[in-house]
Design a protein around this ligand. Sequence first.
Ligand SMILES: [Zn+2]
Length: 126
Amino acid sequence: MHEMGIVQSILSASVEAAEKEGATKINEIRISVGDLTEIVEFALQFAFEALSPGTIAEGGTLTVNHVGASARCADCSTEFEHGRFEVQCPQCGSIATIPLTGRELTIDAIDIDEDESPDEESANPE
Ligand SMILES: [Zn+2]
């Protein structure tokens, strides 16, 4: 299943980022998924349930923000939302369009429990 690999990547990136912050637990991982990615939320949740046990994200939740598809007309610069299969400018009818959103797959935020000093911004020595 495609989603298994996606969740595996999301999990390892989140765990790595959280542990850098001194987290002991991940409460929530929020991601954005574009409507054009073919990713099925049910499959993401299934994969999260299967893969998170044994990590600090165990018992946490995966929250999926769906991002609709939109594009900009290459001829008249109108920006518009569109469905999955029809991409046509509602203003001038052109089919020459530049994709704007709909292909996202990003981690937006990770809600963590920190070990200590939760109100102290951790300095990031680099
Ligand atoms: Zn147009």
